[in-house]
Design a protein around this ligand. Structure first.
Ligand SMILES: Nc1nc2c(ncn2[C@@H]2O[C@H](COP(=O)(O)OP(=O)(O)O)[C@@H](O)[C@H]2O)c(=O)[nH]1
Ligand SMILES: [Mg+2]
Length: 251
């Protein structure tokens, strides 16, 4: 019989939790939201947070830098100016891949994307989806507090993109997502051209065309709690045009 070693070896080891998920959060003037959001995300020991800040004049970057000094699961990618959402995500995805993340999430900082849905997105990815979209336009999903114009732009944009691209996704402009690592490794991220809402459409289209499985889980999307939207006509126009460019293989 083997002798049982005495001493500390016998005490149970704390289960070490691997942080296998990185949540990429692009920010521009989100100082009123970002600290609370990061705290909520860190409650899951499997999560790291990577904020991609475009030199927000309201000091969002400095707040995150301070949190990052105290907590190794918080990262800051500070860019020199407002370079747009699409390039912010791409930079964040590359960093998350470098850090070894298996599940790479993206979400807005303004609480339109509620962190309570993260486990639902993750569960769908664990069940086999390569890309999971938090969706306003599947049963159980929806928006609250939106004016008619914004509802029409969002609904109409999704119908437009879905029809032209034959994309089997109800909410292709949604930016609350979970990518499996293999998707972002395989797609040519340097080829992605869109920078606003069209970025989400382009990524969904490229993911679908590469043969990956896309799933949608319902989310309720309220309007931002505080701060201002950065939506602009230019962003909507880019989406209208880029859908056709994607359709004809021009981008
Ligand atoms: N890094 C970076 N983040 C941005 C930029 N534009 C918007 N964001 C962030 O992207 C998210 C979505 O933007 P938001 O203004 O809420 O768009 P809306 O929900 O369509 O009104 C928020 O977290 C913003 O702070 C940008 O140019 N660069
Ligand atoms: Mg928003």
């Amino acid at each position: 019989m083997l002798a049982v070693p005495a001493g500390p070896q016998l005490s149970p080891r704390p289960a070490s939790v691997v942080a296998d998920c990185t949540v990429v959060v692009p920010t521009y003037n989100e100082a009123e939201n970002i600290t609370q959001l990061i705290q909520l995300l860190l409650a899951d020991p499997r999560c790291r947070v990577l904020v991609v800040d475009d030199a927000s004049p309201d000091g969002t970057g400095a707040l995150v830098a301070e949190l990052a000094r105290a907590e190794p699961r918080v990262g800051l990618l500070a860019r020199p100016g407002k370079l747009g959402l699409g390039t912010a995500y791409i930079a964040g995805f590359r960093r998350a891949l470098d850090e070894g993340a298996e599940y790479i999430f993206e979400m807005d900082a303004d609480f339109s994307h509620d962190p309570r849905y993260l486990p639902d997105l993750r569960a769908a990815a664990e069940a086999g989806a390569d890309l999971v979209i938090g969706s306003r336009y599947v049963p159980g999903g929806g928006t609250t507090d939106w004016g008619l114009v914004r509802q029409i732009i969002s609904r109409g944009g999704n119908l437009y993109a879905g029809l032209i691209l034959a994309l089997p996704v109800a909410d292709a402009t949604g930016g609350f997502r979970c990518y499996r690592r293999r998707v972002l490794e395989q797609l040519d991220l340097a080829a992605v051209r869109s920078n606003g809402y069209a970025f989400q459409i382009e990524m969904a289209y490229r993911t679908h065309r590469a043969g990956f499985r896309i799933a949608e889980v319902p989310i309720i999307f309220p309007d931002r709690r505080v701060g201002r939207s950065k939506m602009s006509r230019r962003i909507v126009f880019e989406a209208l045009i880029n859908v056709w460019k994607l359709r004809f293989g021009l981008i």
